[in-house]
Design a protein. Structure first.
Length: 465
């Protein structure tokens, strides 16, 4: 059985306050300062956890686990596995997606070091999160390396069933690291005396993360990342004792795994949030547009006109959607061209549409077989076409984001002895060089990031906002 990463640490008693609901008071957990040796040990463990996670996210035969494809769709492939190093009741699931994004764009979605970022993370990836506290900050993001951080956190998640199931809480060591071609977020349970089991006092059951987190690396498709969400956890309580049917918890885990496919939407929300919205005085006069600016369908009683708040053009409802953006308290309508992050929204081309997931493309621009062969109007002079569209352009077939058989990373080698080199390249892609783990003595070095020994014990107030 894989031991928990990190041992039990000395701690102060919990606050004597008896909260009746979440969130807990900011001073509920009383965590003493870590010694330099303890801090160095946690940092070293965090690096090992990340390397362990990257290795177990390899989907082909070169990885340590044998993965079985459970379900496949255009948005996500879901895999299951049995880890021989863990008890049989431990759940082991993985979801694999392919997204058109940069490493920085993806990593930015998971940042939580400010109140606004934490609220966005909670809305996107943790809607069932009832409360969370940052117990220790071991390495902070810096101006030079804004995506690198190491923290020990406590969270509690609401379980489905309307109160029939006890909520689950988690105490874990979290490590974020980006490299030249990838990014990893590793989450492994740890034990702290200042964060003991809270079932008696709060009625929550402590779950265990054995190895969980996200790994994003460059895909074979230029401009795309292949993302893997690995979930290896023990829910404990009635699930472990067999009092609750296994299909109940498995259904919940599958639902959480599928949630990673929503990253397509979140990336577009993030892009649309960059830069100001168009004011009403800059909107194109609806009277001058008889056809949709993107698909050229004629407006009428069944095809209503709408403005895009990013480019100001007049489009139909099929070529636009309402988005939740950080700069607006209400949903904002934006056209598909702006949502796809084109450099110039007016220069709408089928190449941008065909490279997007099917769920993000206006349905009438896709044929039933998933291709984007349906031609747009071909004339530059047509006032209803976006400016800059050439008179003729190829109509490529829409390519499915994922094949039925996923290979985590292909370095083109067919030799058995290349497996170690493949693993090393995987680690390097997310910022790990050989021998570049966090040092247990002196300055802590990871790739080109240097974190000097400092006390980061202040609790960040955004976890209690």
């Amino acid at each position: 059985m894989l031991a928990l990463r990190g041992g039990i640490r000395a701690g102060w008693p919990l606050s004597k306050m008896a909260p009746t609901k979440f969130p807990l008071p900011a001073n509920f957990f009383r965590c003493p300062m870590l010694t330099p040796a303890e801090k160095a040990e946690y940092l070293h463990t965090a690096s090992e956890n990340a390397i362990d996670l990257v290795a177990h996210c390899i989907m082909d035969a070169t990885g340590p686990l044998q993965w079985t494809l459970e379900s496949a769709s255009t948005d996500i492939n879901i895999y299951t596995s049995n880890d021989p190093t863990l008890p049989s009741h431990v759940l082991c699931y993985a979801g694999v997606v392919e997204v058109k994004a940069s490493v920085d764009e993806v990593a930015a979605l998971f940042q939580t070091h400010t109140t606004d970022l934490y609220k966005e993370f909670r809305r996107r990836f943790a809607s069932d999160l009832l409360d969370g506290h940052n117990l220790y900050t071991l390495a902070r993001p810096t101006e030079t390396h804004p995506l690198k951080a190491v923290n020990i956190k406590w969270t509690v998640n609401e379980m489905p069933g309307g109160g029939l199931l006890s909520n689950r809480d988690w105490c874990f060591l979290e490590f974020d690291q980006n490299g030249r071609r990838g990014w990893v977020r590793a989450v492994y349970s740890t034990e702290l005396r200042c964060c003991p089991d809270l079932q008696a006092s709060l009625g929550v059951v402590r779950g265990t993360f054995f190895r969980s987190g996200h790994v994003f690396v460059e895909s074979d498709r230029p401009g795309y990342l292949r993302g893997t969400l690995l979930f290896q956890a023990n829910m404990n309580g009635g699930f472990q004792k067999g009092l609750i049917p296994s299909w109940v918890v498995k259904a919940g885990v599958r639902r959480r795994i599928r949630g990673i496919s929503d990253i397509h939407t979140f990336l577009r929300e993030s892009r649309l949030s960059q830069g100001p919205l168009i004011g009403a005085w800059d909107f194109v006069d609806k009277a001058t547009r008889q056809r949709c600016y993107l698909c050229s369908k004629k407006f009428g009683p069944l095809l209503r006109k709408a403005w895009c708040r990013k480019c100001g053009e007049v489009v139909c409802h099929s070529c636009s959607s309402k988005w939740t953006l950080s700069m607006s308290d209400t949903p904002v309508r934006a056209c598909s061209a702006c949502a796809l992050g084109l450099v110039a929204p007016h220069t709408f081309a089928m190449d941008a549409v065909k490279s997007a997931p099917a769920a993000m493309v206006p349905p009438h621009l896709l044929r039933r077989d998933g291709s984007t062969d349906k031609p747009l109007r071909q004339t530059i002079g047509d006032p209803h076409m976006p400016r800059g569209v050439p008179s003729t352009h190829s109509q490529p077939t829409y390519r499915q984001p994922l094949a039925s058989r996923i290979e985590f990373y292909d370095i083109g080698s067919q030799h058995k002895r290349a497996n170690n080199r493949k693993k090393q390249q995987l680690l390097q892609s997310v910022g790990f060089e050989e021998g570049a783990l966090y040092s247990t003595q002196g300055p802590i070095v990871l790739e080109d990031a240097r974190f000097h020994e400092r006390d980061h014990t202040a609790r960040d107030d955004f976890w209690n906002s």
